[in-house]
Design a protein around this ligand. Structure first.
Ligand SMILES: [Zn+2]
Length: 154
C-alpha cells in the first residue's frame, strides 16, 4: 500500500503567516527556535536553531466535534514548501516514541488502532492501521501528544 504523507494545507499556513487567527482565535506567537525539536508542520522539516518560528494552536480537523483535539504546533515564519510524499520525513525515525492512531470517516478516534511505537516503526504502523478499510486516515503525534502530520492511503 502506498502512503500519502502531507504537511498542513498551504492556505492554512499562509493565513497564519498573515496574522490570521489560530484555532484559539489568536494570532501566532513569534519565537526563536531553541534546540533541535522544532518541526514545521507545513514542510515537515526541522526549523533550524536560531531561526524564527510561529507558535500557534492548531486543530487538525475541518469541523469542531468531540474528538477534534487542539494543540500547539510550529511553522516556519517564512514561506516553505508543503511536504507531500509517499514516505515519512527521515527525522521521524527519532520520534521515540511516537503516538499513532486511526480515525473513522466521522473523524472519531478508533481506539482499537491506537499505539505508541518507536519512530522507526511508524511506517509499518501506518500501513497496518490503513489496511483496515473502515479507517479513513492516521494521525502521528509526538510523545507529548503534539500533532505531527496526517497519513492517508494514496
Ligand atoms: Zn516549513
Amino acid at each position: 500500500m502506498k502512503l500519502r504523507v502531507r504537511g498542513i494545507a498551504t492556505d492554512e499556513a499562509d493565513q497564519i503567516r498573515r496574522g490570521g487567527p489560530d484555532a484559539n482565535g489568536q494570532p501566532a506567537v513569534l519565537r526563536v527556535a531553541e534546540g533541535l525539536a522544532n518541526p514545521c508542520r507545513h514542510c515537515l522539516g526541522l526549523i533550524a536553531e536560531g531561526d524564527r518560528k510561529l507558535v500557534l494552536a492548531y486543530r487538525p480537523f475541518d469541523a469542531v466535534q468531540p474528538y477534534a483535539e487542539t494543540g500547539p504546533i510550529f511553522l516556519h515564519e517564512d514561506p516553505c514548501e508543503r511536504y507531500e510524499s509517499e514516505s515519512l520525513p527521515a527525522w521521524f525515525d527519532y520520534l521515540d516514541p511516537a503516538i499513532v492512531r486511526g480515525y473513522a470517516e466521522d473523524h472519531w478516534i478508533r481506539y482499537d488502532t491506537g499505539d505508541v511505537v518507536p519512530g522507526t516503526e511508524l511506517t509499518a504502523a501506518c500501513r497496518t492501521i490503513l489496511g483496515d478499510p473502515t479507517i479513513a486516515y492516521v494521525h502521528i503525534r509526538s510523545k507529548y501528544n503534539c500533532f505531527q502530520c496526517r497519513v492517508d492511503r494514496d
